[in-house]
Design a protein around this ligand. Sequence first.
Ligand code: ATP
Ligand code: MG
Length: 422
Amino acid sequence: MAEKKFQLPRGTQDIYGEDISYWQKMEEIIRQQCELYGYKEIRTPIFEHTEVFVGDNDSSDMVNKEMYTFKDKGQRDLSLRPEGTKGVIRSFVENKMYGYVDMPVKLYYLGPMFRYDRPGKGRYRQFYQFGIEAIGTKSPLLDVETIALGYSITKEMGIKDVVILINSLGDYESRSNYTKALKQYFKPYLKLLCSDCKRRYEQNPLRMLDCKVDRNLPCFADAPKCRDFLNEESKQYFNLVLKGLDDLNIPYRVDDNLVRGLDYYSNTVYEAIPKDDDGQQATVFAGGQYDGLVESFGGGKLPGVGFGMGMERMIALARKQNSLTVKEEKIDVYVISLGDVETYSCKIVELLRNNGIKTEMDYQKRSLKAQFKSADRYKAKVIIIVGENEFNNNIVQLKDTVNKTQEDVEFKELIKKVKSMV
Ligand code: ATP
Ligand code: MG
């Protein structure tokens, strides 16, 4: 479809005005919570060598159909990152973070991701993800901690009624037994399945359960269940995760068909959805454990666990539930200038700003009335009026817009006075 030259590319958006306050508030909450839970920020490049994202025989739609891949002028094969985990793991291994004394290494990232997805509600081609990874330690407690962090961010955003769908794919042994059983089961139905599922059948049969096209076919209802293939160890591990969630009062539901969209998960997998979700694309954060990923980047056999959170969806939910209060836009001081006193006004404005006081001024010698109107629109707490007389006597006129008082203040007393008012 032809796009007009000066229009947004399909599936992208400009974020500005009132919306930006929600984004900033959310980022503030994320950073605060990560600090509390001990996750440190990492910033990796927005593009990487394509191989970083493409694993051996990867069956995910994200890698097979949704990547923005291009050659740069040096003929390097690069891709815009479709998710955060792979870049973080690449960096973890490249920077030898596995040498740290204190495992797990706990990292978070936040930034735009790119997928050639079909745009729609809560679905973009450039979208923002916040995510965490805890690398180097395998423990049900750590799985629970990641869920607790995601859940606490939804709570801090004031979002109510989020529930965690959770499942266990089991360890390598359990997972391969289950995979075999699935292949055997689906063999006679293969003709009925969509072309993606035919590919998944060969590459990663588990992913068939995640198919948005086929999953309501009658043959899916009777498919073997993952939980029946968990060995004793995996079963115990999963029970400890569920117990941890019980202990922390985090609401969850075990979902046998939850396998997650990406290929690298093992054991615990989860998705957080709003309780009233109609089953349609409202997952706000999703993740799980990945056992082989660090090793596939040459970093030794180290486990990891983490999630990715869709920031647009979190904000949409917070706005729908009216749950997030953002700061009202207003300033502390508006400086009104009368006559040729701009340099004096500028000096005052800069002084106030350097003292942490939010200040605006008139730049174009407008009328007194127009300047008062601006002060009103900015919701200034204090108005400073500067004219020839004030300039000559090193004073200013100061108006308190709330208490409706007015007085002359000496320049050298100005900061102390204003600070006591705002
Ligand atoms: P789906 O099956 O809905 O396509 P996914 O498996 O591709 O999801 P993940 O890769 O797990 O999704 O991404 C983690 C989170 O990022 C999602 O739960 C969602 O909140 C968000 N997300 C994923 N794709 C998009 C998109 N195209 N636009 C906006 N947010 C997205
Ligand atoms: Mg997807």
